[in-house]
Write a protein that binds this ligand. Structure first.
Ligand code: P6P
Length: 336
């Protein structure tokens, strides 16, 4: 924990000052996004209470329409980001098509891709869920953004981050110069720097995967998982621990801080894997790489180099400590 009280706003300004040519546009974008996340936090922590207070199906006691939390989060982000003049377009897990900036608002030089509330099916069990975002510089010249602005390889991201709504609400982000974690102090409504310069451990005996899919995996993947559960005296290795929450932000956040590997591989049912490339795998992979980790598609391709061709494209994902990812690749590529 840093002994200085540094808010995310102060951090963004200091980052902007130290990056030459920064116009403040990017800082404004992050500030707007941070506000949206604070509003979502307020609603997520009330979710259980809303049920108790008798939200009656489609209408609550105040006569307001009770939205599903992920739809609500989606609306909050769109309405917080559409008028700041920083974006030329957005894409959301909740919307089939690219989200245009309303005609009355100025268009900016960035595009925002986001999953407003990933893992929201877990909210009724009070499991940690998250918001994931990815920011690219536009590739089209001006005016309304197009899909071309969204369909960029992950290594071109300007910034990426996630918020985990858990025992405390944390915002973790990178702008390509290290990974920083901020914890929300609800008493003052500020995200305070709590994890300056996060680095992922080189290796850890933890693997994170849905073993319920075991029989649908490739033989190589099954061999890797079997190996995880065995001692391997030749390699001085003990059986690994399995940790799987089923909420990507929570599983990757634990992997980032403790080390190990998170996997969502392809299987006979989901031939491309389940997770979305643009607003789940790319941002999380950018963050883990910036913290010294690795991310691949499980077949030796660096995740951030995958060429997107559609907004909601899925991808297999292996992400985590460099030595753990190396172990997975050695099995999946049949060299072990
Ligand atoms: P499964 C949540 O629905 C999600 O999109 C990710 O947050 C999570 O990692 C994954 O799906 C869990 O999928 O098939 O293990 O339930």
């Amino acid at each position: 924990m840093s002994n200085k009280v540094i808010t995310i706003e102060r951090h963004i300004i200091e980052e902007e000052r130290s990056s030459n040519g920064a116009t403040g546009d990017f800082s404004g974008l992050l500030r707007d996004l941070t506000l949206a996340i604070k509003i979502i936090h307020r609603e997520v922590i009330r979710a259980g209470l809303v049920d108790i207070l008798g939200a009656t199906g489609q209408e609550n006691v105040q006569g307001e329409i009770v939205q599903k939390l992920d739809e609500y989060a989606n609306d909050v982000i769109f309405r917080a980001m559409d008028h700041g003049g920083h974006l030329c377009a957005m894409a959301s897990e909740e919307n089939e098509d690219l989200l245009k900036i309303p005609a009355e608002y100025p268009k900016g030089k960035y595009v925002l891709l986001f999953d407003p509330l990933d893992g929201s099916s877990n909210i009724d069990a009070n499991v940690s869920i998250g918001t994931i975002f990815s920011i690219h510089r536009r590739v089209t010249e001006s005016g309304d953004g197009t899909e071309a602005d969204a369909l960029q390889q992950g290594y071109k991201q300007v910034a990426a981050g996630y918020t985990i709504y858990g025992p405390s609400t944390m915002l973790v982000y990178t702008a390509g110069r290290g990974v920083f974690g901020f914890t929300l102090d609800p008493s003052v409504g500020e995200f305070l720097l709590s994890h300056p310069n996060i680095r992922i451990p080189e290796h850890k005996g933890i693997y994170s995967v849905n073993e319920g899919n075991y029989n649908k995996w490739s033989p190589e993947m099954r061999r890797y998982i079997d190996w995880c559960k065995q001692d391997d005296p030749e390699r001085n290795k003990k059986a690994y621990s399995l940790r799987y929450i089923g909420s990507m932000v929570a599983d990757v956040h634990r992997t980032l801080l403790y080390g190990g590997v998170f996997l969502y591989p392809a299987d006979v049912k989901s031939k491309k894997g389940k997770l979305r490339l643009l607003y789940e795998a790319n941002p999380m992979s950018f963050i883990v790489e910036q913290a010294g980790g690795r991310a691949t598609d499980g077949m030796g391709k660096r995740l951030l180099e995958i060429e997107p061709n559609e907004l909601h494209q899925r991808t297999p994902l292996v992400v985590g400590s460099p030595k753990n990812v190396e172990e997975v690749e050695s099995f999946l590529q049949g060299t072990r």
